[in-house]
Each structure stands twice: as structure tokens, then as C-alpha cells.
Ligand binder design. Structure first.
Ligand SMILES: Nc1ncnc2c1ncn2[C@@H]1O[C@H](COP(=O)(O)OP(=O)(O)OP(=O)(O)O)[C@@H](O)[C@H]1O
Ligand SMILES: [Mg+2]
Length: 383
């Protein structure tokens, strides 16, 4: 790998030594899927799910040699047709990298879409020029895709990122449909990933739901503070710079160990530390402030779009950082909120909009930088 200018890399394909920790998680994930156990990988936003899956798949010789992996991200999808479209496109582009023969086999299997494929006039290779609207009967097309996967010469590993999205499709039976296809595939293992804890938990743990008991739940927490500090300090030292502990500890606390924000903060702090110099707390905080400045317009816009009762609740949650019972009399009184019922409905909307997240430890702002921004504006600044 090329020696990067800044060792705090932001992206999905980070190789060690620039990838921090997660060795245990990597082992556990690889072992589960190699042994035929499906996994649901849960974590708050930007904690490192996608990166962990990528690292695991790339570093496991067994997965590389024995499996055919398909990586599907359905975050932007809103209907079963779109899901089908994305799955078809993913299978197509993955096969295109492998062999023309399997590509042709796949296209031949998609009978419901016959005639909608094109061929590159120069190379003669098939091109996936299907439009969303071409998928008139997603169930037929899905059936064809899964039938093809069933006959694949290697076992299939299907990774579906942001899986909670399927619960938002208008088709009521999406879960049941997908679950039945999944059960039909005898040669496939699934990794589902997502950040909407309560939705996914309910989907896989409630006995009334089709995915009940189908997969092992794996929780991805924050990288431990000491491990991340050692990682960052090491990277500074390798480049002839010194990192003082105080700054990075503060960043860890501010972002509650969120991997993306830590990496982004340290990327800025590194860029701001000349060789031979020390990166102290002020340099790290300058990096956090510059992230705040870069997001200010978006955050102001977000605040302008929500109702006054949502805003009051948001300010209250931001101030306390984490709240266990936001409808309690105490909390309502402390923050002069209107009533339990209005808090309840504001809370529902904020969760729906992805602004507040509920997890096992209570309610928090999904985006901790947004929390810092709000506290800066309305309460005691955290910086
Ligand atoms: N172990 C790690 N070491 C260094 N950087 C990491 C590590 N894990 C994740 N990152 C970085 O953190 C950021 C977030 O990671 P990633 O996108 O994998 O998280 P995610 O949980 O999938 O997020 P989302 O909720 O947005 O899907 C990325 O920029 C990635 O480069
Ligand atoms: Mg992700």
C-alpha cells in the first residue's frame, strides 16, 4: 500500500496499519459466516460496520477463495422494486468482474426482464441498462435472481447494508418475501447491517416477525479509548510528531468514541501539526471547531425545518447528552417542556427523522457534532 500523506484515512477501504483494532470482531464475524451462521451487525451511525465487513471479507482467505460475495447497500431504496433493482445491479457488477460466462448465465436467468439488456458495441460485453421502471413485477424478478444464486458454483455471501430500510417499503409483506427466499437458498450466508437499533432488534428478536431467530446479533461498540489513543499516538510518532493525550481524550469524550468523528478530528489535527512539533489539546479542538464550521449551514437548515416542540426537546436532550426517560415529569420540568404527550409526539418525529436515536442506554442525538452545535447555540458550549 502506498504511504498516505495523512495516516488518518477516511473511507471504506482502509488497510492495516491504518485500520484501528477490531481484531476480535473480525474473527467473530468471519467465524460466524464461514460456519453458516447469518449475522446482524448493529451499531450507532458511523461506528465502523461497513468498514469491518469490508476488512473481514478482504482479509479472510476462506471467504476470498470459497465464497462469492455480493455487497448490497439499500440505504436509498424506498420500494421492493428498488431493492430488486439494486440486488440485480449488484449481482451483475460483481459477476462482471469475475467472468463473462457467469454474466451471460445471469442475464439468461432474468426472464422477466428479457429484452431490456444492451451490449457494449465495442467489446460485446452485456451492459446493465435496466431502468427502475423496467421492474414491473419485483417478485418474479427476485425469484429469478435467487434461483440464479442458488445455482451459483460457489456458496454465496450476501451482505445487505442498512437492512432496516426494508421495513419502510410500502409493500407490507417485504420481510416475509425476503425471508422465504433466504430460506430457499441452501448455499448462502447473510450479513445484515444497520444502525437503527430498535427497528432491527425488533425484526430479529420478536417471535412474530419473519426474520425471528434467523441470525446472530452482533453489537459493534466504540473502539476502546485506550486502544484508540495508542493507535493515534503511534501514527503521530511514526511521522515524527508528538500527540498529547489530553486533546484526544477530550475528543473521545465529546464524540463518545464515534469512529468517524475521531478519525476526522485526528485527520485535521495531524494536518495541522508540522513534523517535529507537538499536537496539543488546542490543535485537536481547532480541528473539532473547523468541522463545526463546515457543518453550520446544514445544521441551521435542519433546525429551521423542525417544529418548536421538537426543537425544545432536541435542545433538552442535547444538553443532557443522554436521556433515559424523556417523558418523565422531572425531565419535562427541568427543561420547561410542554407536556408528556407533546414530548411523546415530538420524540416520535425526531426518531423517525433520524435526528434522535434510541438504543439500550436511552435517547441521544444521532449525530454528536450536531449535539455540540446545538449546545453551542442554546446552552453551555462544550468546546
Ligand atoms: N477500525 C477503524 N479504524 C480506522 N477508521 C475506521 C475504522 N472503522 C471505521 N473507520 C472510519 O470511520 C468511518 C465510519 O465507518 P463506516 O462507514 O464503516 O461506519 P458505519 O457504521 O458503516 O457507518 P454508517 O452508519 O454511516 O453506515 C469511516 O470513515 C471509516 O473510514
Ligand atoms: Mg455503513
Amino acid at each position: 500500500m502506498e504511504h498516505p500523506r495523512n495516516p488518518f484515512i477516511l473511507g471504506h477501504r482502509i488497510e492495516r496499519p491504518y485500520f484501528c483494532d477490531r481484531e476480535e470482531e473480525e474473527k467473530r464475524l468471519a467465524s460466524a459466516v464461514i460456519n453458516g451462521r447469518n449475522v446482524v451487525l448493529l451499531s450507532p451511525r458511523r461506528m465502523g460496520k461497513t468498514s469491518l465487513i469490508n476488512v473481514t471479507v478482504r482479509n479472510s482467505p476462506i471467504i476470498q477463495e470459497k465464497y462469492q460475495t455480493f455487497f448490497l447497500d439499500i440505504l436509498q431504496s424506498n420500494t421492493l422494486s428498488e431493492f430488486t433493482y439494486l440486488l440485480g445491479r449488484t449481482v451483475f457488477s460483481t459477476l462482471a468482474e469475475r467472468s463473462r460466462k457467469s454474466l451471460k448465465g445471469f442475464l439468461a436467468a432474468l426472464k422477466s426482464l428479457k429484452g431490456t439488456f444492451g451490449f457494449d458495441p465495442l467489446s460485446g460485453t452485456p451492459t446493465f441498462n435496466i431502468q427502475l421502471g423496467d421492474i414491473q413485477h419485483p417478485e418474479y424478478t427476485l425469484d429469478e435472481i435467487f434461483t440464479y444464486l442458488e445455482q451459483n458454483d460457489r456458496p454465496v455471501m450476501l451482505i445487505i447494508d442498512e437492512f432496516q430500510q426494508i421495513t419502510k417499503y410500502p409493500e407490507k409483506n417485504t420481510e416475509a418475501i425476503l425471508r422465504s427466499y433466504m430460506q430457499r437458498l441452501s448455499n448462502a450466508t447473510f450479513i445484515f447491517a444497520g444502525s437503527e437499533f430498535s427497528i432491527l432488534q425488533e425484526m430479529f428478536v420478536s417471535s412474530k416477525r419473519p426474520f425471528y431467530n434467523s441470525s446472530e446479533l452482533m453489537h459493534l461498540g466504540a473502539i476502546s479509548e485506550e486502544v484508540y489513543i495508542a493507535f493515534a499516538t503511534g501514527l503521530f510518532e511514526q511521522r515524527g510528531r508528538q500527540l498529547e493525550e489530553a486533546g484526544i481524550r477530550r475528543a473521545y469524550e465529546l464524540f463518545e468514541g464515534n469512529t468517524f468523528y475521531l478519525q476526522r478530528t485526528m485527520n485535521g489535527a495531524f494536518a495541522d501539526t508540522p513534523e517535529g512539533k507537538i499536537c496539543d489539546e488546542e490543535v485537536v479542538m481547532r480541528s473539532v471547531r473547523s468541522m463545526l464550521a463546515a457543518n453550520e449551514v446544514i445544521y441551521r437548515e435542519m433546525l429551521s425545518k423542525i417544529s418548536i416542540s421538537q426543537k425544545s426537546l432536541l435542545i433538552a436532550v442535547a444538553k443532557e447528552k443522554r436521556v433515559t426517560s424523556p417523558t418523565s415529569g422531572n425531565f419535562i420540568k427541568r427543561h420547561s417542556l410542554a407536556s408528556a404527550s407533546s414530548v411523546q409526539s415530538a420524540l416520535r418525529n425526531l426518531i423517525k427523522g433520524g435526528i434522535i436515536t434510541k438504543d439500550i442506554d436511552g435517547y441521544t442525538l444521532t449525530d454528536s457534532l450536531f449535539r455540540i452545535f446545538i449546545n453551542h447555540l442554546y446552552s453551555a458550549p462544550e468546546l
